[in-house]
Design a binder for this molecule. Structure first.
Ligand code: UT7
Length: 326
């Protein structure tokens, strides 16, 4: 069985915060943010927003485009590193959209989550186990960044995107390459922080919560511009395609300069880059499906187009997939 991609959707919180508005409570400027990253604004989740509400909204749009009933979904795979519940948020999305037959679980791989999720879900279709799968990428980093740290807090935005995968005669997942390197974990992390509690003389546990996102921006930048072209090249090789066969490059939307540098290294012209980092900032696992959704709905990406996509970030983790839309 082949994997086809038949629907997409996206959702973002209503609250939009421009760089100028951000400069009122963070020591930064529109000039610094825009020139270093290309970001102009971001959507920030307010009290009523959640991974479940955003993920479910994106999923419903994707189902409507696909013409698939929620009851016919076999699996809901939610890529998120900022769940509403540490035990996972996929089940609540499953219940919220009425995908009553579906197994639902979270996959945590930060900004690589959507690509890892897409490839993971595809395996269940290629083995013939499942027919219809919803892959959702959703993150709310505004709840986890340090709003006193201007090096990181200006970069992130919140949102969700979703894609419906269906078993078909054609194979539209043409190639992929996934990588991890835990030895570079210090460059980007959001760690558990607890304090020791003595339950008795010889029993001690550690209790607390998660800290704040920490990133060495320069290191992650260097890593991304080297590692991403490499996995795209390898995924293209597996797909038996050349760079010239790629119609669209949809990278994790972390920084316009990273997207430009990767396209340049691959030899792809800038007009093939799909980018909305200016409007959304870095929405982590949501960034690729939000960008894909806008490009499909505007008619830019058409059925049959070849897309090279790549996610990269905490882990460190990175990966690329080559797919044909439709
Ligand atoms: O999604 C996960 C993947 N993450 C990424 O891909 C992020 C990768 N890294 C980057 O995109 C870039 O490294 C950043 C956008 C994070 C930073 O850009 P940069 O060109 O590497 O800037 P920098 O770290 O060299 O900072 C230069 C200066 C510093 O001042 P000094 O020490 O040179 O005086 C910073 O203190 O800019 C200062 N600075 C700021 N100034 C105004 C840092 N953040 C800000 C800010 N506003 N928000």
């Amino acid at each position: 069985m082949g994997v086809t991609f038949i629907g997409c959707g996206a959702a973002a919180p209503a609250k939009i915060v421009s760089n100028d508005a951000l400069s009122k409570f963070v020591d930064t400027s529109d000039e610094w943010i825009a020139s270093r990253t290309g970001i102009r604004q971001r959507h920030l989740a307010e009290a009523g927003d959640s991974i479940v509400s955003l993920g479910a909204a994106a999923a419903q749009q994707a189902l409507a485009m696909a013409g698939v009933d929620a009851a016919d979904i076999d699996m809901v795979l939610l890529a998120t590193s900022t769940p509403d519940d540490l035990y996972g948020s996929a089940c609540l999305i499953q219940a919220s959209i009425g995908a009553n037959r579906a197994v639902a679980f979270d996959l945590s791989a930060a900004c690589s989550g959507f690509v890892f999720g897409l490839v993971t879900a595809s395996q269940f279709i290629q083995t013939g186990s499942y027919q219809n799968i919803l892959v959702i990428g959703a993150d709310i980093h505004s709840r986890w960044v340090d709003w006193q740290d201007r090096n990181t807090c200006v970069l992130f935005g919140d949102g969700a995107g979703a894609v419906v995968l269906q078993a078909g005669q054609q194979e539209n997942l043409l190639g992929f390459e996934l990588r991890s390197d835990g030895s570079q974990n210090d460059a980007l992390h959001l760690r558990y922080e607890g304090t020791n509690i003595e339950l008795s003389d010889d029993v001690q546990v550690k209790q607390g919560g998660f800290g704040r996102l920490m990133m060495n921006g320069k290191e992650v930048y260097r890593f991304a511009v080297n590692a991403v072209p490499d996995v795209i090249d390898k995924a293209l090789f597996k797909a038996q395609l050349q760079v010239a066969d790629v119609d669209w490059l949809i990278l994790h939307q972390a920084n316009q300069r990273i997207m430009d540098a990767v396209a340049d290294r691959l030899g792809l012209p800038p007009e093939k880059i799909v980018s909305n980092v200016a409007e959304y900032g870095n929405t982590s696992a949501a960034s690729i499906p939000i960008a894909l959704n806008a490009a499909v709905r505007s008619g830019k990406i058409k059925p049959g187009d070849t897309i090279a996509t790549s996610g990269f970030g905490a882990g460190l983790s990175w990966g690329a997939a080559i797919l044909r839309w439709g």
